[in-house]
Design a protein around this ligand. Structure first.
Ligand code: C2E
Ligand code: CA
Ligand code: CA
Length: 559
């Protein structure tokens, strides 16, 4: 740390300065003495040699010699000190350079990019130019580090720095902010912002090209956020004449985050609306963190129906956030955030715990289906955690069904396979959810021991008026028959769809046609009316399973 080295150097420097003064004092005194003794001794010596006088006194000669020795000593000391000063200055410059640059890439570092951008803004203003700051973040860099080691990661970072440098105009600055983040600042003519667009596009193309290191080829990509120092007219509070380097970095960072959200490999200029989006996201994150312990996340239940008989067979639990600030929030909003901020396990466990408690009071023939995030499948303790919840709730595993979305089969098949096996060993059933949109191969479907296929609602809901969807639904139901896997169709919204589905054979269905997902209390009330609640002693079974759906669906089924 520069602060520390400054402190350690301070006494040392002070000591040198003292020596400097002593050496200078000695040399000056010696010269004065030399002038005074020399001026008497030398003429006497010359006269003595010429035989005109007695020559100098011995004492005076000794004094003169001592004097000359002192001058030589002083001069040498002076030379030595001068060399030391040069050396010290060089070391200080080196120290300063290290404090300002990133040791791996030789670019500026996070600390120095702000002041360097400030300087660039001031210089460019003289020429009527403004500064664009590009925040460049590499995509999936962590995977390169994890799978190929840190030296491969370092090689990619160095390679990126060199490629970016080549694309920047003269006078531009480049910094590595740490990790896989770079920032570049360049001056441009405010009437020709497309020049900056060109640079951003070229950088994205350059870093997306493969890198080869130690015989392996590595690929990355990037996302860029750009902010300009004259700020855009619609940049709200940033629309001051000129913003500082520090604020520019903040704005570019927001735009970069936006680019990442929009699907990476692209760039965005900062706009004020992005910041409000980010603030909203921050609010959601904080709400999520605080809402879990406060019990704001609750299970809702959607009926699952045997389409042929119209019987209620169970419920799918769908998470809802009862936020005091935002009202009832859907899982499509908060589940991805919970995944990103590492709260998905905690949230899911809290919901499943409540759902098991609710479902314990239902008729024992009714099943409970829960959705599991792909991230939870990577948790090697997931099966154990689930078993613990089942034991705590005293809930029979065969009544629980886990829904795994098709898309998560693409990464880490080995792990998914062993997880499914251990869930099945416990008696839990496993369905493949959203089937049809994730392009999983038939081979995968055959090798993974699923218990059920759920056809994605995008095919089901427009089954009646889209021939392609109808063909897919038909093909999937046939596939289910061939593999001996029962089928559930999600998104049954209308009677027409129901009738169409009935043509495909023995399948289950769920959707708004049978009712919207409802909270636990309402589900409880509905089951009470249908005489589908477990009797208080918990052992008696109702004689037969009556039909559960709405009046309309009963009529549709001819019941
Ligand atoms: P999903 O598993 O496909 O759940 C079905 C979604 O479709 C639900 O949306 C449901 O309300 C909606 N839906 C049901 N019937 C119909 C219909 O007839 N028409 C239409 N258009 N939509 C219908 P929701 O509740 O917003 O859930 C969205 C997704 O969030 C779920 O999709 C599921 O993937 C995920 N999700 C829900 N709860 C959880 C949870 O506890 N954990 C995890 N990891 N994901 C969850
Ligand atoms: Ca589902
Ligand atoms: Ca689905």
């Amino acid at each position: 740390m520069p602060g520390t080295s400054d402190q350690t150097n301070a006494p040392h420097r002070f000591g040198r300065a003292e020596h400097d003064i002593v050496a200078l004092g000695i040399a000056t005194a010696a010269i004065i003495l030399f002038v005074s003794t020399g001026s008497t001794v030398l003429p006497q010596a010359i006269r003595g040699l010429a035989g005109v006088g007695l020559g100098p006194e011995k004492l005076a000669v000794n004094a003169l010699l001592l004097n000359i020795a002192l001058i030589i000593f002083g001069w040498r000391r002076y030379r030595q000190l001068a060399l030391e000063v040069v050396e010290r200055r060089r070391a200080e410059e080196q120290e300063q350079r290290l404090a300002q640059t990133d040791p791996l890439t030789g670019c500026l570092n996070r600390r120095s990019i702000g002041p360097a951008t400030d300087a660039l803004i001031t210089q460019s203003a003289v020429r009527g130019e403004v500064v664009a700051l590009l925040m460049i973040d590499l995509d999936h860099f962590k995977q390169i580090n994890d799978y190929n080691g840190h030296s491969a990661g370092d090689a990619v970072l160095e390679g990126c720095a060199r490629r970016i440098e080549l694309l920047l105009p003269d006078g531009a600055i480049l910094a590595r902010l740490g990790g896989d983040e770079f920032a570049a600042a360049t001056a441009f003519d405010p009437r020709r912002a497309e020049a900056v667009d060109g640079i951003a596009t070229a950088i994205l193309e350059a870093i997306a090209k493969p890198f080869t290191t130690n015989g392996i080829t590595l690929e990355t990509g990037g996302s860029i956020g750009i902010a300009r120092s004259d700020a855009h007219p619609d940049c709200g509070e940033y629309s001051a004449d000129r913003v500082s380097g520090h604020t520019l970095m903040h704005m570019a960072d927001i735009a970069m985050y936006h680019a990442k959200k929009r699907g990476r490999g692209r760039y965005f200029w900062f706009e004020a609306s992005m910041e409000s989006e980010l603030r909203f996201r921050g609010k959601l994150e904080a709400g999520l963190r605080n809402g879990i312990p406060r019990g704001e996340f609750v299970p809702y239940y959607e009926q699952q129906i045997d389409l042929q008989t119209g019987e209620l067979t169970g419920f799918e639990m769908l998470a809802r956030w009862n936020s005091p600030e935002l009202g009832l929030v859907n899982p499509t909003i908060f589940i991805p955030i919970a995944e990103e901020i590492g709260l998905i396990s905690e949230l899911s466990e809290c919901l499943i715990r409540q759902a098991l408690e609710d479902a314990r009071r239902w008729d024992p023939r009714l099943t409970l289906a829960v959705n599991i995030s792909p991230l939870q499948l990577r948790d090697q303790w997931f099966a154990q955690k689930l078993l613990k919840l089942l034991v705590e709730a005293n809930f029979p595993p065969h009544r629980l069904e886990i829904e795994i979305t098709e898309s998560c089969l693409h990464d880490n098949m080995g792990m998914v396979r062993s997880l499914i096996a251990s869930l099945k060993n416990q008696g839990i059933r496993v369905s493949i959810d959203d089937f049809g949109i994730g392009y999983s191969s038939l081979a995968q479907l055959r090798t993974l021991p699923f218990d059920r296929i759920k056809i994605d609602r995008s095919f089901v809901s427009n089954l009646a008026n889209n021939r392609n969807s109808a063909a897919i639904v038909q093909a999937v139901t046939q596939l289910g028959r061939d593999l001996g896997l029962p089928i559930t169709a999600e998104g049954v919204e209308t009677r027409e769809v129901l009738h169409k589905l009935l043509e495909y054979g023995d399948i289950k269905g769920q959707g708004y046609f049978y009712g919207r997902p409802q909270p636990a209390a309402e589900t409880h009330r509905q089951l009470g009316q249908l005489d589908l609640l477990r009797p208080e002693n918990g052992h008696e079974m109702p004689p037969a399973m009556p039909a559960a759906p709405t009046e309309e669906s009963r009529r549709a089924n001819g019941l």
